[in-house]
Design a binder for this molecule. Structure first.
Ligand code: 7TS
Length: 411
């Protein structure tokens, strides 16, 4: 069995038909499938250890607590954080960014301050900043994307001009979920740091696909979701530098995050517990731990090479189709494992609906990037996003199906 076939064998959901056709799952930027190791870790937790954490002195509670704490230490190692206390468990990228906007933002932003984001942000890294700008009187500014079809990526000259002393935080995506652009995270963080701004990196699209080292990148905060990297839904991480997290006040409160409560006064635990009010997603953290082990056993550099080779193959084949417009950078080295495209005369929803009849799962729409789509003059795009279990043959099936659909619509 080839190593790709062995990897595919680890994912039970892949082995099914959609109607008469074998499933071709190309919607990995939305969520990835889960390997048997993750499903087994979840089942084992519920079958053997199920208990609440950090509050019981009985055997099950202690085992659950050990598992939860081990997951935190594993997450720190996965991104090379200095200290497990820098890992806050959240529901996902969206909640991680909201935490920073609501806690750090509410305490540190004033009228005259600037929040800098980019024109390619997912709504998750845009709407929370809009809200906190409105609440604090800070100004929201955008680094533009340049080039037809946003092919040149972020305009770095514009970024340097926008990085004035008023900028308190620069929050940007590592990989665009619509364009596939890989932003040079370490370079962007260095530019922001030189200008005196903090940085938040949205790693939702990169975390499961390439090695990620927060100290090498030099970001102050990093947000990601478990479900896009072979882990369960409902669990994610906010990484924050220790001194930043310790200076931030809780944004939600209740059990689990307090040091001492009196009827009219409360003191809080240090980070990360002060940001984890209520019973946490214990099974999610344990499943995430298994996902991190799984990805590292495969090797993240190999995953990155595999995904980007598939995306390059797909782009070359798609470019032959009539009336196609492919978004994002032209050089493969600046692109991730996803390809977003639009046809002149056929709507993305029609493409996705017809492709589904051939067993192919694609995503069509605005991809939570409405302002960017408006800027590009597109109502929607079709997106094919690849992961470690996808094969070159699946791209051939996609292209064949697209040709059939275009013919049907007379293109
Ligand atoms: N940031 C980026 C860059 C994303 O791609 C997504 C999800 C999020 C944040 C939010 O992640 P969540 O786990 O909190 O929802 N992107 C997509 C997508 O492209 N299709 O479905 C979800």
């Amino acid at each position: 069995m080839s190593s790709l076939a062995r990897t595919r064998a680890d994912f039970p959901t892949l082995h099914q038909n959609v109607g008469p056709h074998p499933l071709v799952y190309l919607d990995n930027a939305a969520t990835s499938h889960k390997p048997r190791a993750v499903i087994d870790a979840l089942a084992r937790y519920y079958e053997c250890d199920n208990s609440n954490v950090h509050r019981g002195l009985h055997a099950l509670s202690m085992r659950a607590t050990d598992g939860f704490d081990a997951a935190r230490a594993r997450a720190a190692k996965f991104i090379n954080a200095a200290d497990p206390a820098e890992i806050v468990f959240t529901r996902g990228t969206t909640e991680s960014i909201n935490l920073v906007a609501q806690s750090w933002g509410a305490a540190n932003l004033r009228p005259g301050d600037v929040i800098l984001i980019t024109e390619m942000e997912h709504h998750s890294n845009l709407v929370p900043w809009q809200q906190i700008a409105q609440r604090t009187g800070a100004t929201l500014r955008y680094v533009p994307v340049a080039g037809e079809n946003a092919q040149h990526g972020l305009d770095l000259d514009a970024l340097d001009k926008l990085l004035t002393p008023e900028v308190k935080i620069f929050a940007f995506t590592h990989i665009s979920n619509t364009l596939g652009t890989i932003n040079p995270a370490a370079d962007l963080c260095a530019r922001a740091r030189k200008a005196g701004a903090l940085t938040l990196l949205d790693a939702a699209q990169s975390i499961g696909h390439e090695p990620l080292d927060v100290r090498a990148i030099g970001c102050d905060f990093l947000a990601f979701s478990g479900h896009k990297m072979c882990g369960p839904t409902g669990i994610g991480v906010l990484y924050g530098r220790r001194e930043l997290l310790d200076a931030m006040t809780p944004w939600q409160s209740g059990g689990g995050m307090i040091a001492n409560v009196e009827y009219f006064n409360t003191t809080y635990k240090p980070s990360p517990e002060r940001f984890e009010a209520g019973t946490p997603d214990v099974s999610g953290a344990i499943g995430l731990h298994a996902a991190m082990d799984y990805l590292d056993a495969l090797g993240r550099p190999l995953i990155a090479a595999h995904d980007s080779a598939l995306a390059a193959q797909a782009r070359a084949a798609l470019a032959e189709l009539p009336g196609i417009r492919i978004l994002g950078p032209l050089q493969n080295s600046k692109r991730s494992g996803l390809v977003s495209f639009a046809f002149k005369d056929v709507h993305a929803h029609d493409i996705v609906t017809f492709a589904d009849q051939d067993g192919i799962a694609l995503r069509g729409g605005h991809h939570c990037n409405q302002p960017l789509m408006r800027k590009l003059g597109l109502p929607s795009t079709t997106r094919a996003s690849f992961y470690v279990y996808n094969t070159p043959e699946e791209i051939d099936i996609l292209i064949k199906s697209l040709r059939k659909i275009l013919k049907f619509f007379g293109s």
